[in-house]
Write a protein that binds this ligand. Structure first.
Ligand code: OOG
Ligand code: MG
Length: 261
């Protein structure tokens, strides 16, 4: 493990890069020995600082859970990160480009839980039973690393490129549809840029939630009731610029539109 002072210095850098929309180079250049646990220690330090400033945790995100994303980013292990309340935008909103570096949009299935979930191998059935509703989501990721070039350890320290997220469409009870086969189409300025199925996320997006809970368990934690969980992008992320309109349609679950301003 890196020394506490080093973790704090990395947290300083991430916090500065995120709040000033500045780019940085991956942390493993200066700290080749940095581990995945160090990356999550940086997230813990960020959360401590953010909560001290009154920011609140809305939930957690799983990332790099589909083949498309793993291939796009050159990483083959999922990452987990924090979703802060003040980064949630309503559907239909204008998302300002100010404060963003080189945002990309992802289509995801969100889970909102109604009971605590914990343990090393919670089943998909247990997850669905503890799910209040599932809902279409967009995640706007914005890596602080130059040209989106990073490795797993660095992207974890950057809170999984988390930047904004949008919940919308039609919230549904989990038993009302087959989450293994939800068709998803993403359009940019009216043209389709990605088409996929929820199956692209580990065969069933609840598997991403399962991995998240096992990871939490390994850290002595659980997933509290009332958490929002993003299960990870089912397609490659689409780069956006000011003026772009993204509409993402989820089979039987409605659609979400946002515009970048
Ligand atoms: C890392 C975050 C990936 C997802 O849904 O796969 C992610 C990145 O690609 O910058 O959020
Ligand atoms: Mg994502």
């Amino acid at each position: 493990m890196l020394e506490t002072a080093t973790i704090q210095a990395i947290a300083d850098t991430v916090d500065w890069a995120q709040s000033s929309a500045s780019t940085i180079v991956k942390f493993t250049d200066a700290h080749p020995e940095m581990s995945i646990d160090d990356g999550y220690a940086v997230q813990d330090e960020l959360l401590r600082r953010w909560e001290a400033k009154g920011r609140r945790l809305a939930g957690l995100k799983a990332g790099l859970t589909s083949k498309a994303k793993m291939e796009q980013m050159g990483v083959d292990v999922p990452s987990f990160g924090m979703l802060m309340h003040d980064t949630c935008y309503p559907e239909g909103s204008q998302i300002p480009m100010a404060g963003l570096i080189h945002p990309r949009v992802e289509a995801e299935i969100a889970f909102v839980t109604k009971a605590e979930l914990s343990g090393p191998d919670v089943s998909v059935a247990e997850i669905l039973a503890a799910t209040d509703f599932i809902q279409p989501a967009l995640e706007i990721i914005d890596s602080r690393f130059e040209k989106f070039k990073f490795d797993l350890v660095s992207v974890i320290a950057d809170n999984g490129s988390s930047s904004r997220f949008v919940l919308g469409g039609r919230p549904m009870r989990p038993e009302a549809l087959d989450l293994a086969t939800v068709g998803i189409v993403m359009e940019k300025n009216g043209a389709s840029v990605a088409m996929t199925s929820s199956a692209a996320v580990l065969g069933h997006p609840a598997r991403a939630v399962q991995m998240l809970i096992a990871w939490l368990h390994g850290r002595g934690r659980s997933l509290p009731a009332g958490s929002v969980v993003l299960s990870g992008a089912a397609t490659e992320a689409a780069p956006v610029e000011a003026g772009d309109v993204i509409t993402t349609r989820f089979q039987d679950m409605g659609s979400i539109t946002v515009q970048f301003a």
